[in-house]
Design a binder for this molecule. Structure first.
Ligand code: GAL
Length: 678
């Protein structure tokens, strides 16, 4: 796919068909079932399935003895019904013959104990010998399927780091040292400098002495610079494992697109996605609860994917109640699965596959329910799935080519999160603040979304930068230019305090952001039991953490006020929120973290200043999200309540699902969905 010149988070799909389908496991039934499954899928308007991610042993029962016949048969039978296939490299479940002969390839936990065989993600992806096996099976699969035209794309592995994201085997030690050697140009002095090893006499003489920091096996807190490098290494090393597979697949058939299903921690997906055509994300909303307000969990996950990828697909969307050995999620009410699917589509998904076609009768996920039950009787979930399939077949062409409108960007960054988290002092992390801002702005129906700090800010009116502790010259320049060109900026506490080694910088905070914000931060602290409020002319909200903001060019907007013994408080009467008019824009600095208490008034100030209006009016947990292209706007309206809700001030146009005109008002049934084209 060609790389467009748009911001990454606005990259549209190049698909010629909206993908709809399910994850299919022909290996869990007799081969004779494939034909009937394909026919039933066709009835449900399925146009794609995903297969083979856990079937390594079937495809290679003995080293070098391949048997792709089952999946070839499945691909061919499905193709006859107009159904395409996404295949997966099967490296999440290495065969027993492989681990039995090579126990030293197993991942090792932080206590130094190797994992045993019997589940998945057990082999170390940094082990050079395991990597050879990964390349070998990828090549064999790619060659086996290269000439089957209905294989349209690939998923690498399955959910990297979903169960285990750290490994402490000898190979990981070696690879970490090699990675450090490259990062520090083979100079151990540079590493000592970057890690500040003079503190607690940690200096190294050569790279071979360096060990992966192990939080639990060290008597005192670890070096925060070493920890940050380790997080970078975790991301880079899984990216390089994937890249080996991607190169093999691309070389065998350049028409294939390649994706991977995230989103987990310890992967910088913005960088990771550069090797892919687009990223994918598996969405099981019940993980965050099923109350109306819990929609935010799935929205946040979709946004984490969209910020890294632009267009994306959902290879696994809830297909029923999910259960593993120790839990069973609530059963989605009628209409809820379809609602959740449209929620992902509204955020930007251009492909929707449900997990899984039929519930498995054995194994650890006997109760992870699919669209069809164990007894193969299609019931209400199948009906709902088929309805979704019919709708997407009909309206898919209008969705493809549109991207989510984002007027308010919330800055996302892997680096900032980890720089903060390795020295967290129980502070609200950037991600917590991001989610609060996303939730608040979505409840108010603003066009809000995550934007990576390395992406372009073009098109944004407001930029929210939650606790960006590491500000480089490039980041500062981009943020400054955004304001200079007319943007409205909000930066929150602890920003601009460290360099990329996670060292505190010499300048007064917020360091390189001082000019655009027009302030300095003179003091900070927690207040424990003392009661403090941030008071502006229209609001007063409690806070636990303060920064004393000294306005150089900025104007005070709110001050700190203590309820008891104000005379003994350093922050009493000092500025806690400021606004700086800077060239064509304005820059707010909040000397505390975004919190449940302050989020509403702070964001109101921001939206008023930027003159933004919401996309529609409705109850807080009805979501209104717009996707747009040059010639059309699609306003998705999603009712998360188990009762009917009215939505006002929508654009006038045509409601696509019911094919009826919309005059600006809609009544949505419980868990209902509408999409207004204008
Ligand atoms: C996903 C995973 C699937 C399946 C599903 C339900 O995370 O990719 O293979 O395990 O969860 O648990």
């Amino acid at each position: 796919m060609k790389e467009p010149s748009l911001p990454r988070h606005q990259r549209p799909s190049q698909f010629d068909q909206f993908l709809f389908g399910a994850c299919y496991y022909p290996e869990h039934w007799d081969r004779s079932w494939i034909e009937a499954d394909a026919s039933m899928m066709q009835k449900a308007h399925v146009n794609v399935v995903r297969m083979a991610e856990f079937a390594w042993t079937l495809m290679e029962p003995r080293r070098g003895k391949y048997d792709f016949s089952l999946f070839k048969e499945a691909v061919t039978t499905l193709e006859q019904r107009g159904i395409k296939s996404i295949l997966c490299t099967p490296t999440a479940t290495p065969p027993r013959w492989l681990t039995y002969d090579n126990p030293q390839w197993m991942r090792v936990n932080s206590d130094g104990v190797p994992f045993s065989h019997g589940t998945r993600q057990h082999c170390c992806t940094n082990n050079p010998e395991f990597r050879k096996e990964s390349r070998r099976i990828t090549k064999a699969m790619a060659e086996a399927f290269r000439d089957m035209p209905s294989v349209i794309g690939w998923q690498t592995d399955n959910e990297f780091y979903c169960h285990v994201d750290e490994c402490y085997c000898d190979c990981c030690q070696d690879e970490f040292r090699k990675w450090l050697k490259i990062r520090y140009n083979s100079s151990i002095e540079s590493l000592n400098e970057a890690w500040g090893t003079v503190f607690w006499s940690q200096q190294y003489d050569y790279f071979e002495q360096v060990e992966i920091p192990r939080k639990w096996l060290q008597p005192a807190p670890c070096n925060p610079s070493a920890l940050l490098d380790y997080r970078r290494f975790l991301s880079d090393s899984i990216t390089s494992f994937q890249r080996e597979q991607v190169e093999i697949l691309r070389a065998r058939n350049p028409d294939w697109w390649i994706t991977h299903n995230g989103i987990f921690y310890n992967i910088d997906y913005y960088k990771f996605a550069e090797d892919l055509d687009f990223l994918a994300v598996d969405v099981y909303p019940a993980f965050w609860g099923t109350r109306p307000q819990d929609f935010i969990g799935a929205s946040r996950l979709n946004e984490r994917c969209r910020q890294a990828s632009g267009t994306y697909i959902v290879p696994e969307q809830c297909g029923g109640p999910g259960g593993q050995l120790k839990f069973l999620q609530p059963t989605p009410e009628p209409g809820r699965m379809r609602l959740w699917a449209y929620q992902s589509i509204a955020h930007g998904a251009d492909g929707m596959l449900h997990f899984r076609w039929r519930t498995c009768r054995f194994g650890a996920e006997i109760h992870w329910h699919g669209i069809i039950d164990h007894d193969n009787v299609p019931r209400r979930r199948f009906e709902e799935f088929s309805q979704e399939g019919e709708e997407l077949q009909r309206i898919g062409p209008q969705i493809l080519g549109t991207t989510k409108r984002v007027e308010i960007g919330i800055s996302f960054s892997y680096e900032q999160d980890h720089a903060q988290s390795v020295l967290d002092y129980s502070r609200p992390q950037p991600d917590t603040q991001r989610e609060l801002a996303l939730g608040e702005l979505m409840r108010q129906k603003f066009a809000v979304g995550y934007v990576n700090e390395d992406d372009s800010y073009a098109g944004l009116s407001i930029l929210i930068v939650p606790s960006a502790i590491v500000i480089t010259e490039d980041r500062a320049r981009k943020i400054t230019d955004f304001v200079a060109e007319g943007g409205t900026l909000l930066v929150t506490a602890t920003s601009g305090q460290r360099n990329t080694n996670n060292h505190a910088i010499e300048q007064t905070p917020p360091g390189l952001l001082r000019e655009v914000l027009g302030i300095t931060v003179e003091e900070f602290g927690n207040i424990d039991h003392r009661k403090m409020n941030l008071c502006g002319s229209t609001f007063s909200t409690p806070a636990q953490y303060y920064e004393i903001v000294e306005c150089a060019d900025a104007t005070p907007v709110a001050h700190w006020r203590f309820e008891e013994f104000p005379d003994t408080e350093a922050a009493q009467g000092k500025v806690g929120l400021s606004c700086n008019s800077f060239q064509k824009g304005r820059a707010y600095y909040l000397g505390t973290f975004l919190s449940e208490e302050n989020i509403t008034p702070i964001l109101e100030i921001l939206c008023d200043a930027a003159g933004l209006s919401p996309l529609a009016k409705a109850d807080p947990n009805v979501c209104v999200i717009e996707r747009h292209a040059e010639d059309r706007k699609l306003t998705f309206v999603l009712n998360n309540y188990p009762e009917a809700k009215r939505v006002d001030e929508l654009p006038a146009g045509q409601e696509l699902l019911t094919e009826t005109p919309c005059e600006g008002q809609i009544i949505l049934p419980p868990f209902g969905v509408a999409i207004v084209r204008s």
